[in-house]
Each structure stands twice: as structure tokens, then as C-alpha cells.
Design a protein around this ligand. Structure first.
Ligand SMILES: [Zn+2]
Length: 368
């Protein structure tokens, strides 16, 4: 989750300008080639939703989940196809297991959560271009069709008639702002604060608001926040795309008692195998920051038979064998232009934010 103010600050940042300069002067391609001589790292791109970017004043859900528009996504995949080696994550796992080096400029495309635009918009583009990808889904939402809880929380804060936001769980009690932009900023703060408390308390807090504000998520299935269904996922898998686990309920795994942690990992695994058949097991930890998974989460994931696991911590993977259960990714945000995206992919260490300060930023900002 990134605040609108930090978008603006970042969109005029020196890294973006440097990226555009490299792109516009034609330096990017030679720089990418030079970098590949000494930096042979695995890049994994992380997306959530791909859809036409709506007007934030009218759109009643979380804008921060929109990674890019369909047109830009197609351009991005064309670039990946032309200048990199797109790989399936299971092939990455197989290479690691065999002790083989990955091809230079290997890129993996991943999606988190399992929104139905992944099927409607992303899947046809990937099929057309022949680019592989992995979709990490929260299996409980695929089963039920219910909206994702964080997105629903944003939705409730944007639309509620309540005068105050009272969240004793987060020590928050303040008047509900009037404008939608202010409410979006408030929702971002709430989501950030929530990451400190247990996953079960988070879930109970959202359910309490649903009751108090009379906005139940289990009676409403708006098209704007719909998960995919198993039939769609079966079709995508038959076409060569990969499906992995993003938990059952999208709960932060490190914030759960052991029994619930095991249930999230094992039940999501069993749902994938039951619905989709035998497969290499891949995981993306919900939220994925360094507070969302820990040693115990990694051990449970490994013991359940998962082959690899992705975090949401920014970076590339120099030796993926050494962090195969905490792979770094490069998040794609909707405000990246063509040049910025190309530069971010070509020179991730320079154009991205791999510094300790950025890791701290990632920790508090990413939310899915
Ligand atoms: Zn997520």
C-alpha cells in the first residue's frame, strides 16, 4: 500500500528521471547488457490487478491494488518477451533443485490475490504473447466468491454513513472525513496500523465494522472486487499458466497461532491439489513484508511440500537457492510509465529501491 502523496513524491523522483533518461537516450539496452555480465539475478515481477484505471472519485474500492492498465500490461509483457527470458516459476524451482544456473535475464511474472480481472484481462494477453505467469490465489475466496477483506475494508471506509471511525483495536477514534480522497488516505493509515495486530483480531475488527455499519461482505459480491473461480483457474492452468497458494483467508501468516498457521498453509495446498490436480507447490505469503512471515512460517511452508515461496520485499534474487522461501520481487505500480518500467526492469538496483530505507518503506507500505 502506497499513499497518494508518496506516489507524487516518487513520480518526480530522481530514480524515475534517471530511468527515463537512460530509456530516451537509448542507453538502457547497452546498460542492461553490461549489467548482465556481472549481475546474474532472477527478477520476479509482482502484480495484483490489471484493469482500466478508474476515476478515484467514483471507484469504491482500493486503487492501490491496480498495478497497471490492460494496454500498459500488454506493452510490459512485450518488453519482457523481447528483451528478457520469461520463465515459469516451476522451471526456476527445477533448476534450483538440479543445481543449475538460471539463464541470464530470467524474469518471472506473478500475480497475488486472484481477482477475476486476472482471468478476463491478463490471461488473454499472456496467451496471445505466450508469456508464462504464476497466479497466487487465496483459496477460501475462490471457494466462496467473497470479496477480499482488506479491499472490503477500504470499500466500507469510502462509503459508510458513520460519523466516526472507532477502532479501539488500533487505538484510532476520529471523525470520518467528508471527501473521498481523505477517506482513501485514512483507509491507507488503517491498513498500515492493522499490520501490527494479530490476523484474527484484524478479521474480527473487519467483521465488527461490517455489522456496525451494516455493510456485510457475505451478501455482496460486487463485480469490481470479484475473485476468480475454479473453472477459470482450471482453464488457465490447462493453457500452461501456474497457480500457487496465497493462503486460504489472506491472513498474515506470522500473525497467527501455530494451529491456524498450519491450517492456512495445508488447507490452501489441499484445495489447490483437489481442484486443479497434481502440481509443483508454490507460495506467496499474504502481505509478504518482513513482518508477514518469519522462520516458523517458512518451516511450515517447506514442510507442507512447497517448493518456493515469494515475499513482497523489493529486490532481485542473486542466488535464489539461498532464499527460495523468501524470494524478493519487484512490485509494479500503476503510475509507472513505459520508460520507468523499462528502466526498473533493466537496472532494478539503480531504478528500484533496494536500500535499507526502501526495505523499511516496503515493510510499512505493501499490504497485499
Ligand atoms: Zn495479497
Amino acid at each position: 500500500m502506497v499513499s497518494p502523496t508518496s506516489h507524487e513524491a516518487k513520480s518526480t523522483g530522481i530514480r524515475e528521471r534517471l530511468g527515463e533518461l537512460c530509456y530516451n537516450t537509448g542507453l538502457l539496452n547497452p546498460l542492461q547488457k553490461m549489467r548482465a555480465w556481472w549481475q546474474k539475478d532472477l527478477r520476479i515481477l509482482a502484480y495484483h490487478r490489471v484493469m482500466p484505471v478508474p476515476d478515484p472519485e467514483r471507484y469504491p474500492f482500493d486503487m492501490e491494488l491496480i498495478s497497471t492498465s490492460p494496454e500498459e500490461f500488454r506493452e510490459q509483457m512485450l518488453l519482457v518477451k523481447e528483451r528478457y527470458r520469461p520463465m515459469r516459476l516451476t522451471d526456476v524451482a527445477a533448476a534450483i533443485n538440479a543445481g543449475q544456473a538460471l539463464p541470464p535475464d530470467a524474469v518471472v511474472i506473478t500475480f497475488d490475490d486472484g481477482y477475476d480481472d486476472n482471468y478476463r484481462i491478463v490471461y488473454p494477453i499472456l496467451k496471445e504473447l505466450g508469456v508464462p505467469a504464476t497466479f497466487f490465489i487465496s483459496t477460501g475466496h475462490i471457494d466462496s466468491g467473497r470479496p477480499y477483506a482488506y479491499d472490503w475494508l477500504v470499500h466500507m471506509i469510502l462509503l459508510t454513513n458513520a460519523n466516526r471511525l472507532e477502532l479501539p483495536e488500533l487505538n484510532m477514534d476520529e471523525p470520518m472525513p467528508a471527501t473521498r480522497a481523505e477517506r482513501r488516505a485514512l483507509a491507507i493509515r488503517v491498513l498500515g496500523n492493522m499490520k501490527e495486530i494479530s490476523a484474527l483480531t484484524q478479521a474480527a475488527m473487519i467483521r465488527r465494522l461490517e455489522t456496525a455499519w451494516n455493510m456485510p461482505s457475505d451478501h455482496a459480491y460486487p463485480a469490481d472486487c470479484r475473485p476468480m473461480n475454479w473453472d477459470q483457474l482450471r482453464e488457465m492452468r490447462a493453457a500452461g499458466l501456474e497457480i500457487g497458494s496465497h493462503g486460504v483467508n489472506h491472513w498474515m501468516l506470522s500473525k497467527l497461532p501455530r494451529e491456524e498457521l498450519e491450517r492456512e498453509v495445508y488447507d490452501s495446498r489441499n484445495a489447490l491439489l483437489r481442484e486443479l490436480g497434481p502440481m509443483a507447490l508454490l507460495m506467496s505469503y499474504p502481505v509478504g513484508s518482513n513482518r508477514a512471515f518469519d522462520r516458523e512460517v517458512i518451516e511450515v511452508t517447506r514442510d507442507a511440500g512447497f517448493d518456493l515461496a515469494c515475499s513482497y520485499i523489493s529486490g532481485t534474487n542473486l542466488q535464489p537457492a539461498s532464499n527460495r522461501y523468501s524470494l524478493y520481487r519487484i512490485a509494479v505500480e500503476r503510475y509507472y510509465g513505459k520508460a520507468w518500467f523499462a528502466a526498473l526492469l533493466a537496472l532494478p538496483g539503480l531504478i528500484g529501491y533496494p536500500t535499507p530505507a526502501h526495505l523499511a518503506y516496503t515493510d510499512t507500505s505493501c499490504s497485499h
